[in-house]
Design a protein around this ligand. Structure first.
Ligand code: PRP
Ligand code: MN
Ligand code: MG
Length: 179
């Protein structure tokens, strides 16, 4: 029923799972027994975070932030508002931000500046997908699952107008769906 809107599957469930395992292993090794506060950016990162933390073998605390940038539009407005802040104190903590996709980078530019000002011990970024062609600001990303071209995609947490987040794969949408 959602399948009719799909143009092409870019990453299958299995391919995503392998990449998530690889990222989890890398994070586990590089943090070397340190405690880490994993922060998911709602709502898109929720599914990736859920899978990723189960591949990280470290003491992990989980928290979420909700920010508004896109809303129901397909274009980032660049104006970021905090809708839900952290529950945890992160001063002196090793913080790892989890994103599903980085596009213009404006959401994370704002978030990293904001979180750094809370005097964290370290701050890193992990994203499943990166669209470097769309970047509108400088952003250092520590862990990237896949680089993708500038195409409109959905699934595995990523929505179009709040739909398709529950697709187990990542795919492009047919143009007629969003035009
Ligand atoms: C999407 C995506 C990232 C952000 C990336 O979230 O999940 O959080 O946009 O865009 P940027 O790099 O251009 O800032 P969205 O604002 O659509 O909210 P959602 O996660 O609830 O879908
Ligand atoms: Mn998001
Ligand atoms: Mg969205």
């Amino acid at each position: 029923m959602m399948e009719k809107d799909i143009q092409e599957v870019l990453f299958t469930k299995e391919v995503i799972h392998d990449k998530v395992k690889e990222l989890g292993k890398k994070i586990t090794e590089e943090y070397n027994n340190k405690e880490v506060v994993v922060i998911g950016v709602l709502k898109g990162a929720n599914i990736f975070l859920g899978d990723l933390v189960r591949e990280i073998n470290l003491p992990v605390a989980i928290d979420f932030m909700a920010v508004s940038s896109y809303g129901f539009s397909t274009e980032s407005s660049g104006v970021v508002r905090i809708l839900k802040d952290l529950d945890l104190e992160i001063e002196d903590k090793h913080v790892l931000i989890i994103e599903d996709i980085i596009d213009t980078g404006l959401t994370l530019k704002y978030l990293t500046e904001n979180l750094k000002s809370r005097k964290v011990a370290s701050l890193k970024i992990c994203t499943l997908l990166d669209k470097p062609l769309r970047r509108k600001c400088d952003l250092e990303i520590d862990y990237i699952g896949f680089e993708i071209p500038d195409e409109f995609i959905v699934g595995y947490g990523i929505d179009y107008a709040e739909k398709y987040r529950n697709l187990p794969f990542i795919a492009t949408l047919k143009r007629e769906v969003y035009e």
